[in-house]
Design a binder for this molecule. Sequence first.
Ligand code: DLL
Length: 435
Amino acid sequence: MYFQPEIETMPHDQLEALQLERVRETARNCYENVEFYRNSFDAAGVTPDDIKSLDDIAKFPFVVKQNMRDAYPYGLFARPVKDVARIHASSGTTGQATVVGHSANDLKNWGDCFARGIAMVGGSAESTIQVSYGYGLFTGGLGAHAGGEAIGANVIPTSSGNTKRQIQMMKDLETDILCCTPSYALLIADTAIEMGYDPAKDFKISAGIFGAEPCSDSMREDIATKLGIQYCDVYGLSEIMGPGVAMECAERKGLHIAEDHFYCEIIDPATLEPVPVGEWGELVITTLTREVSPMFRYRTRDITRIIAEPCACGRTHYKIDQLRGRTDDMLIIRGVNVFPSQIEQVCVSFPEITAHYQLHLTTVNGMDQIELRVETVPEFPIDEVRKLEDLKNRLAAELKSNLQVQVKITFCEPHSIERSEGKAKRVFDKREGKN
Ligand code: DLL
């Protein structure tokens, strides 16, 4: 049930004492070995010795993605390259790539963090785990792989893509646990159904560990029902480690943070002040054990809240709530704040359409226009004009009342919207002055 019971169920006051000790070590690692931190701590007038309690962390400056870009490639490393065991990097599609280094110890800890999640879904050394996250510089594939190896499971490194072959392997090799993005899980489920299988009955699979992108509650339900599995949400980011920073137990009421490796704060992104426990805001993470790429107060841009209530699963580590999106996901349309996840919530409440959608933003006569392209389900009579008009009106009314903006709707034929084997791209912002 637990992978590391003595750590996962440690009384929280003991955990906090451990965190305090490790925060100090991380601050020292940063200050002594990374010029950027030495300068930024000095500029803020703080030193590692100022940390007497966990609250003192709030006196320290933040790190943001731009600092990593500026330090590219090795400027934030606290160890010489000869001590680095592996590199991961972000794609750099939205700017200069960022590079993160891992020592052998860092990799061991990463495997352990992910293995805790495997245990949360009932996995063990007996399990067969299919890793359908991409392998490479992206942390999904190798992170889940390390978790499977740490628990001693049989790991199938299919990586993403070649969906029919994935499904065949899932059936023939009797996969118990599937790891991939939620959008790929849905594609795998739908493709298996099209191939004539009922994955919930015909496959042995009992759980899925899905993350790397937001996923609405209804889409989770859809995936869990189609595959007949326990859905485990996994959170992580390459800057901090990769998948396994926090993982969802069977209670499904939040993701347990690996608090012996990460200290999490929630701040108000406008004032940058910490908010009280339980309130929503931006997640800020300090790594506690990372040797090569320690992060001190990294602003993730992810929006969540801390759940400190005891969990029925017996784990004492605090949780983060399912992510609400990112501060930089927010679209401002004619002055109104819109999150793509709000649109997804509305879409999935209509049985006539699928969860596959795209948002296209353009400028028309100097005004923002948002167009939702969405597929009807195959059973829907897309050629019957009256039925289609009626659906369009109901959907438009629901979107307007939820978002306070007018959304143009375009229905697409089933299967015409490109499916994702990794993170789905849903927003195409072609407005004047953007991109
Ligand atoms: O996506 C690491 C990962 C791989 C996590 C596999 C989970 C599973 P990056 O490519 O650096 O790393 O992207 C990190 O993805 O800041 C979030 O905005 C988003 N994200 C990650 N997990 C979740 C999740 C990986 N469970 C960025 N729910 C993060 C919603 C998520 N968004």
